[in-house]
Design a binder for this molecule. Structure first.
Ligand SMILES: Cc1cc2nc3c(=O)[nH]c(=O)nc-3n(C[C@H](O)[C@H](O)[C@H](O)COP(=O)(O)O)c2cc1C
Length: 338
């Protein structure tokens, strides 16, 4: 039997999946007669000053973004005080339903990096568990149907109960280790996303003509990444693409600029071609080419996003960009965690 006197659950959640998993854990823990507390990490201003009882069991739940915990979660773990507590790491991933099967998402370096950070602070690892919740990554795929999402929900709630039972019976709860090989294989992409990809994605959002300037996206952004200028939302580089804004906008006015992605990639390749005679040394290796491509792409994003922001105030230009956004079309839908 695990001897923890209570469970403290720290979570980050964009669209509600990780929050839901945190709440299921609290419920399962309370059923065992053990106290449970659920804390949203975005409400903790200084993790370093947290006073955590040495015999409390800790659970951290967060989505996976680009095969890693998002920066907000890593920052939280990095800033935790030193401690000797047992910590269980959990992530929620992109689950899809095919027939009766729930296909697993990919964790990449999610657990490796966080485990190293925690162990270096003196914590002990009590478990590593992934929960394949309905995918919320609507910049790249349409929303799951309500029926598929409900099926996945039901299955993951049972998984929480199963692992809570095991954990409090003192059994090993490291099922995520089974994914180690595929996680190691995907780790270069995880590093690439963390260093560069997320900045590109953060600048793919804009508000279409349907925006009523209600301010909800700005008010509810967990990372305070949206600013409003002349009544329209503007996404800063603080954005971690958690999808809360897009999935909860009452007008479904927040879109991803898919059409402009194509133009942006085209422009980046064009500049790469023009620079080749000058920077021939960088073109000799794949790593050199990739680094250059990424730098040019990010520089273009930084320059063109403010220009796009001004241009989309023109209703015709806005409409043209919107017709090139897959997220605008009805079939794409939105993901709302129930
Ligand atoms: C920007 C972004 C990146 C994502 N990357 C991954 C990933 O690498 N692997 C994965 O399995 N799921 C990935 N997902 C899916 C989410 O991790 C998953 O839907 C999660 O349950 C969302 O949790 P939340 O509702 O608490 O924010 C990604 C989602 C987003 C928005």
């Amino acid at each position: 039997m695990n001897t923890a006197r209570d469970l403290i659950i720290y979570y980050f959640s964009g669209t509600g999946n990780s929050k839901q998993v945190a709440l299921w854990w609290a419920e399962a823990t309370l059923k065992k007669g053990i106290a449970a507390r659920v804390v949203d990490i975005t409400t903790v201003t200084n993790p370093n000053s947290l006073e955590i009882n040495s015999d409390s069991l800790m659970l951290i739940v967060s989505p996976t973004h680009g095969f890693n915990y998002p920066p907000v979660t890593i920052r939280f773990i990095r800033r935790l005080p030193r401690g000797k507590n047992l910590v269980v790491l959990a992530n929620t991933r992109a689950g899809l339903k095919i027939g009766r099967f729930i296909t697993p998402g990919l964790s990449g370096i999610t657990f490796m990096l966080s485990a190293i950070l925690l162990l270096s602070k003196g914590y002990k690892l009590g478990g590593l568990i992934s929960f394949d919740m309905p995918s919320n990554w609507l910049s790249i795929h349409p929303a799951l149907s309500a029926e598929s999402a409900n099926y996945i929900f039901h299955s993951m709630q049972q998984k929480v109960q199963r692992y809570a039972d095991k954990l409090f019976d003192g059994q090993s709860v490291f099922p995520a280790l089974r994914d180690l090989i595929q996680d190691l294989l995907i780790s270069p992409v995880a590093i690439g996303y963390y260093l560069a990809g997320r900045f590109f994605l953060a600048k793919s959002f804009y508000a279409s003509n349907a925006c009523t300037s209600c301010g909800l996206c700005e008010k509810n952004c967990p990372l305070h990444a949206i600013k409003k200028s002349r009544k329209r939302p503007y996404w800063t580089f603080r954005c971690e693409s958690c999808m809360k804004c897009m999935n909860s906008c009452p007008q479904e006015a927040i879109q991803t600029t898919h059409g402009l992605w194509v133009l942006l990639f085209g422009l980046t390749f064009l500049i790469m071609g023009l620079l080749q005679p000058i920077l021939a040394d960088y073109y000799r290796t794949f790593a050199g080419k990739l680094a250059l491509f990424t730098l040019i792409l990010l520089a273009l994003v930084a320059i063109l996003y403010p220009i796009q922001y001004v241009l989309i105030k023109n209703r015709r230009i806005n409409a043209a960009i919107t017709y090139m956004s897959l997220t605008f079309y009805k079939f794409w839908g939105r993901y709302r965690c129930k």
